[in-house]
Design a protein. Structure first.
Length: 327
């Protein structure tokens, strides 16, 4: 922060306590956030170790096993619970007999990777445009705000269909989906950063830095970005599960990840006709998707509270006053 004046000016933005130790202490105090973080870490480890886990099982996600499905009944897996056995820990896929466990762990790589890439792109574009709008003159602010409003109105599905029509089929589909989600979904980050920048730049320490001859880039890098870290990180953590759902929805509707590349959304798309004959084929990826989104949402809420503990204090005070009024 600038040394010209202390950053004690009053304003609408409340900066969290400095340093990483208070953040980790408050985060560890929330057991729900710790459980959610453990679940997310386990899922990430499973995705990273997908080749190892599939190798331990002795299967791979693309090999067909026609002998494990009953062709007379339309391709239903042979055996109970979708063909679960010592060789196939979660059973096999209907019609093809591909190992479901291998496809699940490899699918986690795709689903989590697409969501992570999209979130990073959203944050980079949103922070850049939000800072430019907040620090620019009135014309720049109005122009970038109108561009943001246009992006808000863009439907992801139509944009994905248009991109798929012009992008060569050889282009990696997971990368394409991540880019589409990122290019369409940065507007929320931009609006948050712009609003915070407009509030922060009126503070004394930013004015002192400007009077000292600092340029906009120096002010943004040394004065604004550290104060913007908390809201941006909080919003990014909440964007991540939303992007997983968007990728799953795109794959479910047939414009996302294409076979034989596995993803949880693409597996749900294939399973919609097998929910009666082979319910585990639908339930397993659906349950994993639900648990992942729930864990990331709870973790995001824990991160938000740890970065800004006063928000939870205000909530407790407001709830207490309401109870007293009701009494």
């Amino acid at each position: 922060m600038s040394q010209a004046l202390p950053a004690e000016g009053a304003g609408a933005v409340e900066a969290p306590a400095p340093g990483a130790h208070p953040f980790w202490r408050r985060l560890r105090a929330r057991r729900s956030a710790l459980v959610a973080a453990a679940i997310v870490a386990l899922l990430v480890l499973a995705a990273l170790a997908a080749p190892l886990l599939a190798g331990i099982e002795g299967q791979d996600p693309t090999t067909y096993h026609p002998d494990l499905v009953d062709s007379a009944s339309g391709g239903v897996p042979i055996g109970s619970f979708g063909g679960i056995s010592a060789e196939h820990w979660l059973g096999v896929e209907p019609l093809t007999g591909r190992d479901l466990f291998a496809r699940i762990v490899y699918g986690a790589r795709v689903s989590l990777g697409v969501a992570l890439g999209a979130t990073l792109l959203q944050v980079i574009i949103g922070v850049g445009i939000g800072l430019a709008a907040g620090l620019g003159n009135r014309f720049v602010d109005q122009a970038l705000s109108r561009v943001t409003d246009v992006v808000v109105a863009l439907p992801v599905m139509v944009t994905a269909l248009g991109a798929l029509a012009v992008v060569p089929a050889s282009f990696p589909r997971p990368v394409l989906i991540a880019v589409i989600i990122g290019l369409v979904g940065w507007s929320g980050t931009s609006k948050i950063v712009r609003a915070q920048t407009l509030s922060l730049k009126s503070r004394d320490h930013v004015a002192a830095a400007r009077l000292s001859g600092w340029g906009s880039w120096q002010i943004a890098r040394r004065e604004l970005l550290p104060a913007l870290a908390a809201p941006v990180i909080t919003y990014a953590v909440l964007l991540f599960p939303s992007n997983i759902v968007v990728e799953a929805a795109l794959s479910f509707l047939g414009v996302g990840i294409k076979p034989p590349t596995p993803s949880w959304g693409q597996m749900l798309s294939d399973a919609d006709t097998w929910y009666q004959a082979a319910p585990t084929y639908l339930l397993i990826p659906a349950l994993l998707l639900f648990v992942t989104v729930l864990a990331l949402t709870v973790l995001g809420e824990g991160v938000r509270t740890a970065l800004d503990p006063r928000a939870e204090s205000r909530l407790r005070i407001g709830t207490g006053r309401k109870k007293e009024a009701d009494a």
